[in-house]
Design a protein around this ligand. Structure first.
Ligand code: ADP
Ligand code: MG
Length: 364
């Protein structure tokens, strides 16, 4: 296992800068997800770690030792991509054994390791078969087993399950997480799927436009997003944003929007000071409810309701802003109903309006 550090890491393709000088530390045995929209520089970052792509500027360290000039095969990095090319003419067993045979590992040791990893990946019953006819989930597990059998010091996965159907994805997610919990590999997992990142990782590196927006635990990126981009990218259904004015008077700090005024909890006073007059307030759909209870209640008009059975999504217009509310399945207002919307002030967030632009890019 290894720790990884990046300092001022830059990737340029010709004149185009794909990664803008990022810094990060990944601890030995940590599971980090690199999360961000398509084209934000996730794969470029991972490929520089793997040694598959040259480093334009900056440095990468494995266990504190500079690795820029270390060849890919000498980094002892295993990589699993979305496309896993299995050799069609040999058995699953030989597919998994392949990297060990290439490395001239002794036959008995190969057998022990292949059977061990096959058992972990629930592939034992398939070892004598050829890849033809495997389900995509099974083929993916063989690909992972082949990557893991070498006992890599770092395990990199680039959108490894994004092509699978929903059920297979859930199944593979559990596999990958249990692999980490059992073996404590240093793992870096690239994904554009925020749910996958939150479900799997110890820490999430949220990227956009070649920069790290925040690198923190799932709890932190969800509850204390550093900026509006992170707030908008993490969480499902997406967070609600509303333009607001930030005011201070005798009663204290408040935000005003759509003719309403909400007193800010003390937790947000410093943010209010920092943001200035033009704010962007945000609240997750789970922290809005339909009902009279609580210190912040505002009337809205129901636009549409989606009854998902385990929860209902209610879309409510307050002035010119449409809010998503996650409600109990028993809450079924009708289109046009005027309903009281309660806002949980403990979960209100406040950003500078200037960050709204970044969020619009994301929504577009
Ligand atoms: P992600 O994995 O987040 O989707 P990438 O790291 O693959 O993003 O790409 C980041 C940006 O760099 C994209 O705009 C992409 O088009 C560009 N890019 C990636 N690889 C190359 C390449 N080999 N040559 C030129 N541009 C590239
Ligand atoms: Mg990619």
């Amino acid at each position: 296992m290894a720790s990884i550090r990046a300092e001022n890491l830059v990737k340029r393709y010709g004149a185009f800068r794909a990664v803008h000088g990022i810094d990060f530390d990944i601890a030995d045995g940590e599971f980090v997800a690199i999360l961000g929209p398509s084209g934000c520089g996730k794969s470029s970052t991972m490929r520089m770690i793997a040694g598959l792509e040259s480093i334009t500027e900056g440095a990468i360290y494995f266990d504190g030792k500079r690795a820029n000039e270390t060849r890919a095969r000498d980094r002892n990095v295993a990589m699993s991509f979305e496309s896993y090319a299995l050799y069609p003419t040999i058995t699953i067993y030989e597919n998994i054994a392949f990297p060990l045979r290439s490395a001239a590992v002794e036959a008995r040791e190969i057998d022990r390791r292949v059977r061990d990893v096959a058992e972990k990946m629930e592939l034992t019953a398939l070892l004598d078969l050829k890849p033809h006819g495997l389900s995509s989930g099974q083929a993916q597990r063989v690909g992972l087993a082949r990557a893991l059998v070498r006992k890599p010091s770092v395990f990199l996965l680039d959108e490894p399950i994004s092509h699978l159907d929903t059920r297979q994805r859930y199944r593979m997610r559990r596999f990958i997480k249990s692999l980490h919990q059992e073996f404590h590999y240093t793992m870096i997992y690239v994904t554009h799927d925020q749910e996958e990142a939150l479900a799997l990782a110890d820490r999430v590196m949220v990227m956009s436009d070649g920069e790290i927006q925040q690198m923190a635990t799932p709890d932190e990126v969800y509850a204390r997003p550093r900026n509006a981009f992170v707030a908008g990218f993490v969480g499902e259904p997406p967070i609600n944003f509303v333009d607001c004015r930030v005011r201070r008077d005798a009663a204290g700090w408040a935000v005003e929007f759509e003719g309403h005024r909400l007193l800010l909890p003390e937790r947000l006073h410093r943010a209010a000071e920092r943001v200035g007059d033009e704010g962007l307030a945000a609240i997750r759909p789970h922290f809005l409810s339909i009902g009279e209870n609580g210190p912040m209640v505002i009337e809205g008009r129901v636009f549409v309701t989606e009854e998902l059975q385990d929860q209902n999504l209610i879309f409510v217009d307050i002035g010119g802003t449409r809010f998503t509310i996650v409600a109990h399945p028993s809450v079924k207002p009708r289109r046009g109903d005027i309903v009281p919307v309660a806002i949980d002030p403990d979960h209100l967030l406040l950003f500078p309006r200037s960050e709204a632009k970044k969020f619009e890019d994301l929504a577009a």
